[in-house]
Design a protein. Structure first.
Length: 541
C-alpha cells in the first residue's frame, strides 16, 4: 500500500507523492542519490591504484613522485572537509553537494587530457576538492533524513556504494587500461557525475542553517599550512631530487611552516568565536575516541593501499586487469557485511563489530609480510577476503558510535570532521609508507648487493647457466651473453629488494591497525549513554 497521512478535514487518508519528504520512502531515494555520488568519489580513489605503474611509465616518474597521485588528492580532500561544513551551512547542503559533484566531474575530465605530470597533479587537486564536498555533506544529508534508530542501517547501505567502488574500481580500471588507455579511468567518472547532478536536482531538498557563523579564514589558512607543510616534508624526505635528505633546507622549511601553522591553528581554534573546527564536538567521549581510531586506522590501512597493485604488476607480472580482478571479491564481501554490521550496531552493539573488524584487518595485513616473487594466488586472495569482511565491520559501527552524542545542528561539521581525520591519517600513511618503502628498498638493495660475490662458486655457476641460456635464445658473442647474464642477476636482486621492502611496510601497517583496535574498548555503547554515564545524561555536543 502507498504511504498515506490523515486528512484532518475529512478524516480520509491522503496519498503522499514519492518525492514528498513526509513519505517514508523518500529517505531511501535520498540514500540512493547519495550512494551514486559516493560511488563516484570512492571509485576514483580505488580505480587509480592499478594505474600507478602505467602512470609512472607514461610520465617518466619514480615511485617517490607517483605517490603524489594519491597524496595530492587526499591532502586537498582533508583540507576541504571541515570547510565544507561551513559552506553547506551558509549556502545550503544541496547546492554545495551539487557543486562538489561538478568539481569532481570536471576534474576527472581534465585528468584524462593532462599533458604533463604537473598538470595531472593539479587536476587531481580539483578532484579532491570536489570529493571533499561530496562525502561529508552526503553523510550529513543521510543523518538528517534518517531517524537515530535507523542511521546504522542507512550507513551500512551507504558503505555498499563504497564497497562497490572498492570492488569494481580496480577491475574496471584494469580493463580500461588494458584495452584502451589510462585516460579512460577518469573519463568513466564523467557520466556518473552528470547522472548524480541531475538526480540531485530533482530529489534533494535544500537545508540551510538559520544562524550562520563567520568563516574562520585564519583557521583555514593555518590548517592548510600545517597539513601541507608536514605532508611535503614526509613525502620528499627521501625523494631522488632532494640530495640533502631530511636535513635539507627545503625539508626543514616545510617542518617549520607546519609547526608554525599548527601553533596558529591551535591558538585560533581555542580563542575565536566561530572556529573552523568546533572543538566542543570533542567534549563527546565517543566522538574523540572514534576519531582517534579512524586516524590510526587510516594511517595503516589507506597508507599501505597503494602497495599491492604495484607489487602485483611489477613483481608478479600481472596486467592491470588481472591486478584489478584480485580486488573484485573485496567489495562484494564488504557490500554484504556492511549492512549486516549496521543492523547489528542498531540492535545489539557497535563496539563488538568495530573491534573484531580492526583485529581481522591487522591479521590480513600481517599475512602479507611474507610476499615473494613466487607467491601463489591463494596467498594473495585469502588476506583480501579477510580484509573485505573486516572493512565491512568497521565503518558503519565506528561512525554510529562517533555521532551518537552529536546534535542534529552540528551533524554536518561532525561528519565532515570524521572524514577529515580518517583522510588525514591516510595522507600521512601514504607519505610515511612511501618514504619507508624507499628507505627499505635502499637497505635491502645494499644487503643483496653485498651478497653478490662475483667470485663465489654459486654466482659463477648461476652466471654460467644464464650465459648458456642467453646464447641459446639470442645468439651473438659470448661476451655479450655474459654481460646479459650479469644484468639479469642484478635485476633479480633489485626485484627481491623491492619485494622485501613491501613485506616490511605491510608488517608495520598491520601493527598500526592493531594498535587502532585498542581505543575501541573505551567507547561507550547506546545503553551506557542512555543511562547518562557520560556525566550529563544528554548529548555532549
Amino acid at each position: 500500500m502507498s504511504p498515506a497521512s490523515a486528512d484532518h478535514s475529512g478524516g480520509h487518508p491522503v496519498k503522499l507523492r514519492l518525492l514528498d519528504p513526509r513519505n517514508p520512502r523518500y529517505r531511501w531515494l535520498v540514500l540512493s542519490n547519495v550512494m551514486i555520488a559516493t560511488f563516484m568519489a570512492v571509485l576514483d580513489a580505488t580505480i587509480v591504484t592499478v594505474a600507478l605503474p602505467k602512470l609512472m611509465a607514461h610520465f617518466g616518474v619514480t615511485i617517490d613522485s607517483i605517490e603524489w597521485v594519491l597524496t595530492a588528492y587526499l591532502l586537498i580532500f582533508s583540507i576541504m572537509l571541515p570547510t565544507t561544513g561551513w559552506l553547506g551551512d551558509r549556502f545550503g547542503h544541496k547546492r554545495v553537494f551539487m557543486l562538489g559533484l561538478l568539481l569532481f566531474t570536471s576534474g576527472s575530465f581534465l585528468c584524462s587530457i593532462a599533458w604533463s605530470f604537473d598538470a595531472f597533479i593539479t587536476f587531481r587537486i580539483l578532484q579532491g576538492a570536489g570529493a571533499g564536498a561530496i562525502l561529508p555533506l552526503g553523510m550529513a544529508i543521510l543523518m538528517r533524513e534518517f531517524p537515530p534508530e535507523k542511521r546504522g542501517i542507512a550507513l551500512g547501505f551507504w558503505t555498499v556504494s563504497a564497497s562497490a567502488s572498492v570492488s569494481l574500481g580496480p577491475t574496471l580500471g584494469g580493463y580500461l587500461i588494458d584495452n584502451y588507455s589510462w585516460r579512460m579511468i577518469f573519463d568513466v567518472n564523467v557520466p556518473i557525475g552528470i547522472t548524480g547532478i541531475i538526480v540531485s536536482v530533482f530529489i534533494l531538498r535544500e537545508y540551510i542553517v538559520p544562524e550562520i557563523r563567520r568563516f574562520d579564514a585564519v583557521g583555514f589558512i593555518s590548517m592548510a599550512a600545517f597539513l601541507g607543510g608536514l605532508l611535503l616534508a614526509l613525502a620528499n624526505g627521501n625523494a631522488a631530487w632532494n640530495t640533502g635528505g631530511w636535513t635539507s633546507q627545503f625539508i626543514l622549511s616545510c617542518f617549520f611552516i607546519s609547526l608554525l601553522g599548527l601553533l596558529v591553528f591551535v591558538i585560533t581554534e581555542s580563542t575565536v568565536a566561530n572556529p573552523l573546527i568546533d572543538v566542543s564536538l570533542f567534549r563527546s567521549r565517543n566522538f574523540t575516541i572514534a576519531n582517534l581510531v579512524l586516524f590510526i586506522f587510516g594511517l595503516g590501512m589507506f597508507g599501505s593501499n597503494f602497495l599491492l597493485p604495484i607489487y602485483l604488476q611489477n613483481s608478479l607480472g600481472y596486467t592491470p586487469f588481472q591486478a584489478g580482478l584480485v580486488f573484485l571479491p573485496v567489495g562484494l564481501i564488504l557490500a554484504v557485511v556492511g549492512p549486516l554490521a549496521g543492523a547489528f550496531s542498531d540492535r545489539v552493539s557497535a563496539k563488538a563489530p568495530a573491534f573484531v573488524g580492526l583485529v581481522l584487518l591487522a591479521y590480513a595485513l600481517y599475512r602479507y609480510r611474507a610476499l615473494s616473487a613466487y607467491s601463489m594466488h591463494h596467498q594473495i586472495m585469502v588476506p583480501l577476503y579477510i580484509r573485505g569482511v573486516a572493512m565491512g565491520m568497521i565503518f558503519s559501527p565506528l561512525t554510529t558510535l562517533a555521532i551518537m552524542q552529536i546534535s542534529q545542528r552540528k551533524m554536518a561539521q561532525a561528519s565532515g570532521l570524521i572524514n577529515v581525520i580518517r583522510q588525514v591519517g591516510g595522507s600521512f600513511g601514504v607519505a610515511l609508507f612511501g618514504t619507508l618503502l624507499s628507505q627499505r628498498t635502499i637497505f635491502h638493495a645494499a644487503i643483496y648487493g653485498q651478497q653478490l660475490d662475483g667470485m663465489s662458486p654459486a654466482f659463477q655457476a648461476t652466471a654460467e647457466r644464464l650465459t648458456r641460456f642467453a646464447l641459446a635464445q639470442t645468439g651473438g658473442p659470448a661476451a655479450e651473453a655474459r654481460s646479459r647474464a650479469g644484468a639479469l642477476i642484478v635485476q633479480f636482486a633489485q626485484k627481491e629488494a623491492f619485494i622485501s621492502s613491501v613485506d616490511d611496510v605491510f608488517l608495520v601497517a598491520s601493527v598500526v591497525v592493531l594498535i587502532s583496535a585498542l581505543p575501541v574498548l573505551l567507547l561507550k555503547g547506546r545503553k551506557a549513554i542512555a543511562r547518562g554515564r557520560d556525566g550529563s545524561g544528554r548529548p555532549a555536543a
